[in-house]
Design a protein around this ligand. Sequence first.
Ligand code: ATP
Length: 394
Amino acid sequence: MGVAVSGGGDSMALLHLLHDCFADVGVTLCVATVDHGLRAGSHDEAMMVAAEAAKLGLSHDVLEWRDRPEGGNLQDEARNARYGLLTNWARINDLSVIALGHTADDQAETLLMRLGRASGVSGLSAMPRMRAMDGVSLMRPLLDVTRDQLRAYLRKKQVAWVDDPSNEDTRFERIRIRQAMASLAPIGLTVERLAAVAQNLGAAREALDWYTFLAAREMLEIRDGAIVIDQREFRTLPDEIAHRLLVRAVQWVGGAVYPPRRDPMMQAQRTARQGGSFTLAGCRILTRVQKVWICREVKRVADEVVEPGATWDGRWRIYGGDIHGHQVRALGSVGLAQVPDWRSTGLPGPVLEATPAVWQNHHLVAAPSAGFAQGWIAEEVRNGEEFFAALLSH
Ligand SMILES: Nc1ncnc2c1ncn2[C@@H]1O[C@H](COP(=O)(O)OP(=O)(O)OP(=O)(O)O)[C@@H](O)[C@H]1O
């Protein structure tokens, strides 16, 4: 099992607790510290963890962040890089699990920060105890334990740790929240209770995910890169389930990592219910004969050109004919106008316009989704089942 140890109190306690639990039962712990190189003392902290691991007879690796970006949100970048380095390290070392030292305090602080952003159930929910990332399981065994309890444990064991100086820096929202929590505890808003609320909301989120999944199974199908929903059934859904279903559909079709903002999503939901057309996050939402279609926005794929056989727009592969002198591009309105029979496919024009076609310069050679295959096959790279499975994971 991998253990991610920064040298702070939480992860130093994690290291010792896991060692206490596993030393005699044949589980080997491998320790890693990410050196982000952002502070003068970061290398020494990594060495301190290395020394502690050595005392326990455990291997230790320092993972250095080398490709630091110039601008952007450094904290976010550092976090993404950290997870990338850690999961990569785990894969190389054949570790299927990495333990992380997130605590009840982290849960409580996140809950308060999200309250300040008027988040919904998902945002207010606790972090999962286990989640998969890039083929590795991230495990957080300390989510019910407070930072104070962990520090008391370390003091008792006479283990030193490093206090990150940024923990005093009130430019960070998390630090301001942490400080405010001292005045919330006397009125009953303790770390434990706030963490319990996050846990309760996590259970509510799971229930909502489950009903979103059932609704999707009932009323949604995937056709030629687009998602089709039965509009009458969609109208019967509670707002929250309808919202979740549409968010996931838009993310699936448009490929966005983060969900679109709430306001455009509300507009998308109104369009899906009442009819019309709306564009967001690389997708177009349109309604036709009691169906809601969520398809790729043709403008977003207009410049995408690949050779036959290569992946087009991250989701399609066209093959079967002579690749020489042929290109794969979106069918577009120009291509669609050259396919007389496209209506017999039952797919709306804007859906077909965003599907791939084979071209020889300006001459349309084939458009398999539009019923003009000419021996070419257009295959979706992603399996539709992944869409349904993703509804149950967050
Ligand atoms: N530099 C690091 N090297 C190794 N592990 C780290 C490092 N920083 C954090 N971790 C791991 O991540 C856990 C959480 O740390 P922290 O709360 O500082 O991260 P965070 O940026 O808030 O992450 P998240 O966004 O996942 O909450 C630590 O207890 C530790 O297990």
